[in-house]
Ligand binder design. Structure first.
Ligand SMILES: C/C(=C\CNc1ncnc2c1ncn2[C@@H]1O[C@H](COP(=O)(O)O)[C@@H](O)[C@H]1O)CO
Length: 183
């Protein structure tokens, strides 16, 4: 069993294909016996992945700041919900709790979380696998831009190679499980 943290969109105005993707990933995390670690929200893809994990028989662990609890967007169905005093302490707890990270399509919050776990990995502050689930080529533009940064020596190619990528839910979890087994 691994504790897999999923970063994804909180927006409530998304096409159903993104909510379905998050739900499918959650179901597969639960079905494989893993715990879902998440930002503890019940809206958008965040709610879909958590509901999916529970539907698949998995345990869910959420970490959410009090400000978002006050806005009534907390995943109150979570098996364990930790409330923090701010966004920074929330992110620290998420990173400490998880064994691995998967990033689904998302906006600024999702990108912030991806870059935090990725930069800390490049600094060898942790050795937890990080995977970008690039469904429908959502992250194609970002990856192309990052490869350009590597060509110009702003980013090390070893940093780029730390990021696992896949376009598929099952393959993403296969890659994470293989990486955890190899560690
Ligand atoms: C009040 C509304 C939405 C609530 N917003 C959030 N709820 C929970 N977690 C959030 C929220 N906004 C950001 N986060 C964290 O960042 C990621 C999602 O951010 P994005 O900008 O939507 O990509 C997510 O992983 C959370 O940890 C009204 O709609």
């Amino acid at each position: 069993m691994a504790r897999i943290c999923v970063f994804c969109a909180s927006s409530q105005r998304l096409e159903s294909r993104w909510l379905d993707l998050a739900h499918d990933l959650g179901v597969e995390i639960g079905r494989r016996g893993h715990e879902l670690v998440s930002g503890g929200g019940c809206v958008g893809m965040m709610g879909a992945v958590a509901d999916g994990a529970r539907a698949g028989g998995g345990r869910t662990y959420g970490v959410i700041p009090q400000t978002l609890v006050d806005l009534e967007v907390a995943d109150t169905k979570s098996d364990e919900l930790v409330v923090t005093d701010g966004m920074a302490s929330r992110k620290t707890l998420l990173i400490e709790r998880a064994d691995a990270f998967i990033t689904l399509p998302g906006g600024l919050g999702t990108l912030d979380e991806l870059f935090e776990v990725w930069t800390t990995a490049t600094l060898d502050l942790h050795r937890k696998p990080i995977l970008l689930l690039d469904a429908d080529g959502f992250y194609g533009g970002l990856m192309e831009w990052l490869r350009g940064l590597a060509r110009q020596e702003f980013v090390r190619t070893t940093a780029l190679s730390m990021l696992l990528t896949s376009r598929d839910v099952g393959e993403s979890l296969d890659l994470i499980e293989a990486s955890l087994l190899a560690a």
